[in-house]
Design a binder for this molecule. Structure first.
Ligand SMILES: Cc1cc2nc3c(=O)[nH]c(=O)nc-3n(C[C@H](O)[C@H](O)[C@H](O)COP(=O)(O)OP(=O)(O)OC[C@H]3O[C@@H](n4cnc5c(N)ncnc54)[C@H](O)[C@@H]3O)c2cc1C
Length: 418
């Protein structure tokens, strides 16, 4: 459940910080937020100062305060004594109680135009850093600026005012122009810009690859989330099976249950509770809403005559680890069983689409870049999920920051468009 600390709770929690000299929390943060520094500001009641410290390091301050997986907490030294500092909640306390910081000075534009394809966390972070270096970033966005957090993450997890404030702040202060366009070719854009940053995310959702997937009543998870986010009642029925064990599966199940508590919503996952990949607080929230789980169950066939009527599953046991190091689910012979359902929601992963011809891809479809974050085409850089695969907001924001450095270096070595 989304917890907001009171002033007293925040000061008490901040007072638990050991201010480690090597700050493992800061090292674990992809955006290198100086965690002990902002925590110290909370203890002195200086929220403006805390906001400035976070802002300088992390362009996605509001959104990370709500949704960050908080890698920092996993390595907190306090864990060795009792429990980790609740760093994300302290971060949220700061962003929830302070105005946007204005400590970042925007220099006069010095020439050098960069096109950014996709205004998600990677693209917006890149825009901010480029503008702070004196360049002019133009963001090409085919949908709502802000990427997945603005377009899909349910408002129960990310309140509209938090996401909107962040995106608006970056657009107003650091973006030279937002162009409402679905870009086909990065090379075409490069003709009018000094560099291009491709941060278009993962547009496609994977199929289950079993019979019955084209029946009426089978949906992809992100299309359901987008509808709910846009205030459109989802097409899902009353007995819903959500297939998958990641954050998207758990979030979709929770959103469907929140939309209509009279629905039965069950997550069907081929491994067990221990192996589920979703964040613990998301699972807890889904549980609280009444979402149920069907573990160790492999989907074999979606049943129905035209419309979904159920799903045929087989029990699984966990075998040897696969390439990812996780134990592979193996079917238990003779253990087939069917659950009656009217809706199936598929949430088994995301992948890149085939956009941007000419840019080299790896076997898994992700964009191939070098250490310098440049693609095979000189002047075209890429980062975020389209390079990493499904990842996190803070990692994508960090990619955007790093790409801005590399792009600046590239432009400085060449001739700029003024
Ligand atoms: C449902 C869901 C919940 C999640 N929850 C969390 C969470 O709680 N915490 C967390 O850390 N991470 C979460 N993630 C992951 C996180 O949202 C992503 O890792 C992150 O948003 C990726 O950032 P990005 O900038 O690479 O791409 P995106 O956020 O996908 O943004 C890409 C942008 O590019 C635009 N675009 C695409 N193609 C084009 C084109 N051709 N022309 C113009 N514009 C284009 C898209 O409209 C989009 O706005 C979640 C993901 C999903 C799907």
């Amino acid at each position: 459940m989304r917890n907001i600390l009171t002033r007293e709770q925040a000061v008490l929690e901040a007072g638990r910080c050991l201010y480690c000299y090597d700050a493992p929390c800061e090292k674990a943060c992809p955006s290198a937020v100086p965690v002990p520094e902002f925590i110290r500001s909370i203890t002195t009641g200086n929220l403006k100062g805390a906001m400035e410290i976070i802002t300088e390091a992390n362009p996605m301050i509001d959104i990370c305060g709500e949704l960050c997986p908080a890698f920092c907490q996993d390595v907190c030294t306090r864990t060795q004594i009792n429990s980790p500092i609740r760093i994300r909640e302290l971060h949220r306390y700061v962003t929830g109680n302070a105005d946007m910081a204005e400590n970042l000075e925007v220099p006069a534009a010095k020439g050098g135009k960069v096109a950014i394809i996709g205004g998600g966390p990677a693209g917006l972070a890149c825009a901010r850093e480029l503008r702070l270096k004196g360049y002019s970033p133009y963001v090409y966005e085919k949908d709502k600026p802000g990427g997945i957090p603005m377009q899909e993450v349910s408002s129960g997890r990310l309140p509209e005012d938090r996401a909107g404030r962040e995106t608006g702040f970056i657009n107003d202060n650091f973006v030279s122009g937002v162009i409402d366009e679905d870009v086909d070719s990065a090379q075409e854009l490069l003709k009018s810009y000094d560099a291009v940053f491709v941060s278009a995310g993962l547009a496609e959702e994977r199929d289950l690859g079993i019979p019955g997937e084209s029946l009426k009543g089978v949906y992809k998870a992100r299309e359901i989330l987008r509808d709910i986010k846009n205030g459109v009642r989802s097409k899902a029925g009353k007995r819903i099976g959500v297939i998958g064990g990641g954050n998207v599966a758990v979030e979709t199940a929770a959103a469907l249950k929140a939309e209509d508590p009279s629905r039965d919503v069950e997550i069907i996952y081929r491994r067990g509770m221990k192996e589920i990949k979703a964040f613990a607080d998301e699972i807890e929230e889904a549980n609280e809403l009444g979402v149920t789980f069907q573990f160790m169950s492999i989907p074999k066939e979606i049943k129905g005559g035209g419309r979904v009527e159920g799903i045929l599953l087989t029990r699984a046991h966990l075998g040897e680890p696969d390439a990812s190091g996780r134990r592979r689910p193996q079917p238990v012979p003779g253990s087939d069983f069917t659950i009656p359902l009217d809706t199936i929601v598929v949430a088994v992963g995301q992948q890149a689409d085939k956009a941007f011809p000419g840019i080299s891809r790896k076997a898994d479809g992700l964009i191939d870049t070098g250490e310098d974050m440049m693609t095979n085409i000189k002047g075209i850089f890429a980062g975020g999920d389209i390079v990493r695969g499904a990842s996190t907001i803070v990692e994508c924001a960090s990619d955007g920051k790093s790409a801005a450095l590399k792009i600046a270096k590239f432009i400085e070595g060449g001739v700029m468009n003024v």
